[in-house]
Design a protein around this ligand. Structure first.
Ligand code: HT7
Ligand code: ZN
Length: 855
């Protein structure tokens, strides 16, 4: 398949000022009549033809200016029309079968309803159209459908008219006044009920808010509605952004490839990110609903009002919107813990991507299948890059930059370069070298050495940007590092400063230090880099106990444990180091000034994927044993304190306060350490937590611990959970995921058996991810030394690819990491990738990921 290059961008030769779509809807047969006004684009090179993208469509009727015409041909899946004059009206009829659309792109059926997903290139599965983000058009939509089956008919914008049709049908017309690209088109038809509310914007406009769900789900929509209203206020206050239609609709669907979609005025959500109540949703689920609702809402400005010129600019909307949702959640939930959580995601997903065969810059140069570029790099690293600009400018100047960006490019399809220039002009930043963050892939490594001489402390920083596919030579990046130098005796510092590392190596000197200070660096994770600091263990212990920057305190603890565990995995056991970790761990448990939410963060050990990233040729088996060994030792050594912590947290009643949420976090965390040390005793304690639970956080936490143990309590509680929540899709997803992610030694057999369960289906992405993504991310199952975990995931990819290639392709990176794994397993992983590659019928999605992974 063709490689699409960023440098080849050309404006589309035609404008489409008006798009009229008429749908005669049916689950098995939908007829689409598209009427497009087309005009020559004066700013583009003239073309004798117009290319209208299609994907698997059969052309029904075609008319030009109301008359049948023959000047059109098919070029592959696209319709190419020869046009002589400057403006025309094209009428195109297509017929589609949504019930057969298992890819869930375009118009598809989900649980008896019809809905669309058009980003990135799904619109071309509905009708022939220039399906690219820089062609903005004003849409008018007419839908007609059987009333009994589809009483609710929704599209973008405002409902302008509706009525009864013949033979039990009804119809509705929608008009969206804001010109938009085809990827933001949406339609929903179904038997739905709405939670309705309203919001008054800062200029006093009344907006009707609806969250549409299936009848029985209505009681679980309140948190989503509250999150939406909070997001609307926050965006007005923080970024000065006001909503711009009289109606904002959200619809929840069960079958969805991603989390949600920001279609103009009609956001479509995976049910997972809408429905939440204490009985069925964990605290993590509540936060995710809040975060995703905010993210999609924020896209109304960063994505919809200003969209992307081409898909290479995807991070323009995604990176910026992730930053906006992160800042929102920091304000809602507390800055420190949210920042730690975001960094944990970055390190466990994006850093491995950046060090592997799929590494790409946040603004890629080429792709074959754009769906493969909805990556953690585009989203999370993209957010970090804009966050660095905010750190360098300060929040007030940053806001001036975003104001300028929104004002300057409103209504346009813009580029990352436009954003950077707005930051230069509006925030007063000089970003010439900074642009390298957009073009260079790979996570920079910064080595930090602090030398003390006389009363001077000299900090030498050296950076390297590792080679990545297609980019061997790298230039130094500008790296903003927040640092502080601690006086050990008083545990204070003189104030933080922002150091800009711009060269390959630089030394910064600080006077007036009679004693060697302790270096706290990359505070708040001010740059998305790996810092290797040459620092004695006792200084890490000091920072873990005393750093006033919560992220830096967490980081000190992580570094301490990472150093120890990587050594143990390499075969050398340092008991003094383990004792130091124990001391820090005990201090964290006892620190009365700490909130439980932060205590939990400090107690969490670095994950196995992160640990594997710290060494060349990692042995996942040894890393797993080392980590479990430390958990067991901590559980054994601090058993009394952990039981006391569990008891104390158990007595905090359920609520959404920070105190109650923190208590639930440390409660289950305490169990995980205890379980590693004493399986039988902890099985009873976990079963007690499960039985007494009045909320899903406690119940699933206890079940997760039990799922990893060989105990009678395990079987009984797993059965109870299933019977209790049978028929509740999202909660049964948890039942599958908990078992697939478990520490149980027979996890592979469990996963194979669960795949045969009557509730398992390859057609629902949430269910597939619950079982198989949870397993692929479970190192001890996936990395079974005999390669059976790899085979299982390769079989999943091959079986899923013909059904849902987008979801299938998302499993490939797990196998693609073989170059960073020890030779025995690496060979087995590679062999599975080669087996997939040999399949003659692979989708473009999976083919691209497998061939890039094999290199
Ligand atoms: N902008 C959306 C990304 C998206 C997507 C969503 C659902 C199904 C397929 C999709 N492809 C791309 C979601 C977001 O980032 O907000
Ligand atoms: Zn997004």
């Amino acid at each position: 398949p063709a490689i699409i290059q960023r440098k080849d961008y050309k404006p589309f030769p035609w404008l489409i000022p008006q798009t009229h779509l008429s749908f005669e809807l049916g689950l098995e047969k939908t007829r689409v009549t598209a009427t497009l006004t087309v005009e020559r684009n004066p700013e583009a090179e003239a073309s004798p033809t117009i290319r209208l993208n299609g994907d698997g469509l059969k052309l029904g009727e075609f008319k030009c200016d109301g008359a049948k015409c023959s000047g059109h041909t098919m070029d592959g899946d696209d319709l190419v029309v020869t046009l002589e004059g400057d403006s025309h009206t094209l009428t195109i009829v297509t017929e589609i079968d949504p019930s057969q659309n298992t890819q869930l792109m375009g118009l598809f059926a989900s649980g008896g309803m019809l809905c669309t997903q058009c980003e990135a290139e799904g619109f071309r599965r509905i009708t022939f159209f220039p399906d690219r983000p820089d062609v903005l058009s004003t849409y008018t939509v007419r839908m007609s459908a059987p009333n009994a089956e589809f009483p609710v008919l929704l599209s973008n914008g405002n409902n302008t008219d509706s009525g009864e049709g013949e033979g039990g049908t009804h119809w509705a017309e929608w008009h969206d006044p804001w010109p938009k690209p085809s990827y933001l088109f949406a339609l929903v038809a179904g038997d739905l009920v709405a939670n309705s509310d309203s919001f008054t914007t800062m200029s006093g406009r009344e907006v009707t808010l609806n969250i549409y769900v299936r009848d029985g789900d209505l009681p679980r929509t309140e948190h989503a509605m509250e999150s939406l209203k909070k997001s609307m206020v926050w965006d007005e206050e923080t970024f000065g952004r006001e909503y711009d239609l009289d109606l904002f609709n959200i619809v929840a669907v069960s079958d969805f490839n991603m989390g949600a979609m920001e279609n103009k005025g009609l956001n479509i959500f995976n049910t997972k990110y809408v429905l939440a109540d204490p009985e069925t949703a964990t605290d993590g689920n509540f936060d995710a609903v809040e975060g995703v609702i905010a993210h999609e809402y924020f896209h109304n400005w960063s994505g919809n009002r200003i969209t992307c010129r081409d898909w290479f600019q995807l991070s323009l909307k995604e990176g910026f919107t992730v930053l906006r949702d992160q800042l929102f959640s920091q304000d809602m939930q507390g800055e420190a813990v949210k920042r730690i959580e975001d960094v944990r995601v970055l390190r466990s997903v994006q850093f491995p991507e950046d060090s592997g065969p799929l590494a790409h810059p946040i603004r890629p140069d080429s792709y074959r299948e754009i769906s493969n570029f909805y990556t953690s790099t585009i989203y999370n690293k993209g957010a970090e890059v804009i966050r660095m600009m905010r750190t360098m400018a300060g929040p007030d100047a940053f806001r001036k930059g975003t104001d300028l960006y929104f004002g300057r490019h409103d209504g346009e399809a813009a580029t990352c370069e436009d954003f950077v220039r707005s930051m230069e002009d509006g925030a007063g930043l000089e970003l010439e070298q900074f642009r390298r963050w957009y073009s260079q892939a790979g996570t920079p490594v910064v080595e930090a050495v602090l030398v003390h001489d006389g009363d001077t402390a000299a900090l030498t920083l050296k950076q390297t940007v590792p080679p990545t596919p297609g980019q061997v030579e790298k230039q130094p990046m500008p790296i903003p590092l927040r640092i502080a130098l601690f006086d050990r005796a008083t545990a204070t510092h003189r104030g933080e400063e922002l150091v800009m590392l711009t060269d390959a190596e630089q030394t910064f000197t600080y006077e007036g230090f009679a004693e060697k200070p302790v270096l706290s660096i990359n505070r708040g994770f001010s740059a998305p880099v790996t810092v290797r600091r040459d620092i004695p263990q006792d200084e890490l212990v000091f920072l873990a106990a005393n750093d006033d920057d919560p992220f830096a305190r967490y980081e000190a603890m992580q570094d301490l444990v990472t150093d120890y565990l990587t050594q143990v995995a390499a075969g050398s056991q340092d008991d003094a180091m383990r004792a130091a970790i124990g001391e820090a761990f005990a201090a964290i448990m006892q620190d009365g000034d700490l909130e439980d939410a932060m205590r939990g963060e400090l107690m969490i050990l670095p994950g196995e994927t992160y640990l594997a990233e710290q060494v060349d040729a990692a042995d996942p088996g040894r890393i797993h044993e080392a980590r479990q060994g430390l958990k067991a030792w901590l559980g054994e050594t601090f058993g009394d304190q952990l039981r006391a912590l569990h008891d104390r947290a158990n007595n905090v009643p359920y609520g959404q306060s920070a105190e109650a949420r923190g208590a639930r976090k440390v409660k289950t965390l305490a169990l995980t350490f205890l379980a590693a040390a004493d399986a039988d005793g902890t099985a009873k304690r976990a079963a007690g937590q499960y039985d007494a639970a009045d909320n899903m956080t406690d119940r699933q936490g206890a079940l997760m611990v039990l799922a990893g143990l060989n105990s009678p309590e395990r079987t009984a509680r797993l059965m109870d959970f299933y019977n209790r929540y049978r028929g509740d899709e999202l909660t049964i997803d948890k039942w599958f995921a908990t078992q697939a992610a478990s520490l149980h030694p027979n996890v592979i057999e469990h996963v194979k058996a669960l795949a045969e369960h009557p509730d398992f289906t390859m057609r629902n992405p949430n269910r597939v991810r619950s079982l198989y993504m949870a397993f692929a991310a479970n190192p001890q199952g996936f990395h079974a030394p005999d390669g059976s975990g790899y085979k299982l995931i390769a079989d999943v990819i091959l079986a899923l690819d013909p059904i849902n290639p987008q979801t299938a392709a998302r499993f490939v990176p797990y196998l693609g990491r073989f170059r960073r794994i020890e030779a025995g397993r690496a060979k087995l992983m590679r062999a599975e990738l080669e087996r997939i590659a040999a399949s003659p019928t692979l989708s473009r999605d999976t083919h691209e990921q497998v061939s890039r992974s094999l290199g």
